[in-house]
Design a protein. Structure first.
Length: 94
């Protein structure tokens, strides 16, 4: 049985930022800065949202030699629908 769950305010903030440019690949550090959420909140949220099929992720090689690869994230089609439905339920317009 599938149940619908409301997102936490932190998850909605993160999803709202991703929805601003749903096709753009975003990195955790940038998402942390844009949302004002700490890395200890952002990275677990990204993992859980990915597990739910709301985000897709990919590893990207660094353009600078010697720098580590970074993981990019963006909303899936299901994620876009989910975010919009969550925002509609809270009366949020962003």
């Amino acid at each position: 049985m599938s149940r619908s769950r409301r997102c936490s305010p932190q998850a909605l903030r993160l999803l709202g930022v991703l929805l601003q440019e749903p096709q753009a690949w975003r990195h955790g550090y940038g998402l942390s800065r844009l949302t004002g959420l700490k890395a200890g909140t952002v990275y677990p949220l990204l993992r859980r949202l990915g597990e739910r099929g709301l985000l897709e992720s990919r590893w990207e090689a660094s353009p600078q030699p010697g720098r580590p690869s970074r993981q990019g994230h963006r909303l899936t089609a299901a994620g876009i629908i989910f975010v919009r439905s969550q925002q509609a339920g809270t009366g949020a317009t962003r």
